[in-house]
Design a protein around this ligand. Sequence first.
Ligand code: GTP
Ligand code: MG
Length: 788
Amino acid sequence: MSNRRTTRLDALEARLTGPKRIALFGHRNVGKTTLLAMFYRQAAGGRVPGVRLAAADAPSAEYLAEKIAQIESGQATTGTLAETELNLRLYHGPARFELIVKDYQGEHVTLGTDEPIQEFFAGCDAVLLCLDPEGSTDPAERRRRQQEIEGLLERYIERSEDLSTDRPVALLLTKFDRVLAREGATAEPTVDGGSPFSEAFVEKLVDQQYGMTRHALRQHAPDGVIFAVSSFGAGSTGNRPPSEIHPLGLEGPLGWVAEQLEARDRSQMEWLWDLAPNDLPRLHRCLTAYEKRYPRSNRTYEFRDRLKQLERRRKLRRLGKLAAAGAAVVSLAVGYDFWGYQTASAFERDPGNSAAAVADRWSGWLTHHHALPFLMPSYAREAANKKAEWTVKASDVQVAAGTIAPDLDARLAGIRDQVPQLAPAIRKVEQARELVRHDDRWKDVYAQANSLEAVDQPETALAALDAFLREFPDTTRRPDVLKLAQSLKETLTTRRTAAERRVVDDLARSESLPNASLAELIDRSRRFLDEHAESPYRSEVQNRLDDYVRKQDESDIGRAREYSARQPTNFATRIERYQEYLKAHQAGGLFISEAVEARDRVLREWDAYSYRQAYDHALAHPDDVAEVARRLRDYLRDHAGGRFADDAKTYLDWWDKISVPGEYRVTLRRGEVGEGVGKYLSGGGPDLGVTIEVGGVVHGPSPIIHNSYRPIWDSTFPRPIVWKFGDPITVRVIDYDWSASELAVFHSRQGDPLAMRILAGTIKLASGGATSLTFSSDFAVPTLTRPD
Ligand SMILES: Nc1nc2c(ncn2[C@@H]2O[C@H](COP(=O)(O)OP(=O)(O)OP(=O)(O)O)[C@@H](O)[C@H]2O)c(=O)[nH]1
Ligand SMILES: [Mg+2]
């Protein structure tokens, strides 16, 4: 697209999307500022039917408000000095326009000046040419005004392509109230809000006063119109506003501007479509602005539909192009692939090419022709098979040459899966490869077995030979391997035997030392036997070990024996020593039975010895029951299950019983008194009875046997005798013939702790001649078994 065209399109787009610029062209004092203020006052206040004007920003609103206030207060507006841009919004029917209007010093349009406002005029979208009907009565002055307008129009025509002003132009006759006042006509507005002046009158007036301008407009702006307006309405005096302002004819220019702008937008849109029918983004942008300006206009919908169709067509065109391009690419690819296939086939047929090169060529063809499987599936399959076949052939050559690729196995496995019919060929290659590997390994192993290192470390070489045999069980080198292994093993055995001999000699040397520790020798021997299962010195070491063990055994039992002899009464320690022996020789010893017997015998000796302590004391001191009991208690403590434990327990129970008062049944059996002890005239003999006194309590008398020197009572005392250890006993024999008289008395021995014993046998009473009494009772001193 040429730059000029683009600039034009950009300018067109700027006009369509930007705010509309309205030129209010007029000489000084023509009434421009007043007219702008009144336009706003009337159209913002709803006084112009179908049109609304609004200030689009605060500075514009303030500027206009100030001018209106000035006019309403009855002051004439003063000449404008600065150039002010007013941003306004014009609503007309459903349309909305952003407007830019400039108020400026009228002096600046004077012929020959080149003020900035001229530039604004050059780019504006609509022009309102203001002429004052009575401002210049002087014909020369009037001409000057018209020449100013002429200059403006000429600039427009100059730029246009069809000698037109290229934009809507209207002529405004300002201060028309003055004309009316002069003509004496009424200035009341008509009912429909239209202008009260007849068009013919106005046109006549213009023709008379501004014929030159009229002519130019008719020629170059055929759509141009003339409006007669008054900012003040009737009642003004000269340039001063009246007290009540009723502007006239303002609705005409406002409505005209809106219509013209819309018509111009429409034609510009059409023009844009003609100029840039394919510039969719630009069309889009301009249509969006158009839609915003004329939201509910039919033309908007039309434009939108058109754009949509355009887009659809564009899309279809693009798709078509794409499809055509695709088809071209496919046919190109097929041609290329076919050509590649033919070239590779020719290469394969050439006997001068190596198998690897042919495989590479097929592989390259497959890699570089990606679309192959989709476009030419049978050719692709064929090529893949050929690649596999030539790869196997190439591998065979490589193996034969001894240059095996590291990934050969994986590659062959992949090919076998892919092309099963190549399996036999692959197997052949693998066998050849295995043979190469075998030969390589054999070379290594053989070299290792014959190396100097093998002399130092025959084990490593042997292990390598062993690994080789495991890896290749069917190797033809088996006899060589065995021979090599044999010689290595011999070296190894000789070396090992020498080392073992040194160990055995060491052992013998240690044994002969004066303080040789048997335990250590035993330990070393055992270790040797554990570690050298195959050694020829095993039996020798075993013999030595047996000897050490025997000596150790004898020494252990000797210690126990010797202690027993030295300390015969340290029974516990003696037993302990034998026990120690047994523990140390749990696994077997020469003197186990002796130790067991000795242990039991010492225990028996100890039992008897301990019991005898009590027994001997009881024998020597029968009354010292307490001491006997103490010794028996000692005995029981050490020998709870001893041979005399029952005796000891019985004795101790008895001792416990007699220590506290206990009841005993005593029976008086018989008695005997001397012949002469009876009373005189006692008849056949004395009448005898017996009393027993224990601890102050008297039992009896027993039944009285009359007239007998040898009475037999056989009578048990009805009350049990209560006695405890240490209680003395007194027995009395009383003759009841005529009156009771004591015949004889018996006191237990002074300090006899076991006085109760006398009531279990025959006692001889000291007085009363040869008096004796025989008792029996359930009291008895326990007997202790005699130890052997
Ligand atoms: N009788 C009458 N006087 C008017 C009318 N419009 C403006 N005037 C008076 O004309 C004089 C000039 O008006 P302006 O609005 O200041 O004129 P202008 O074109 O802005 O002048 P510059 O700013 O100097 O270019 C003022 O004294 C106004 O009161 C009108 O419609 N009728
Ligand atoms: Mg002004």
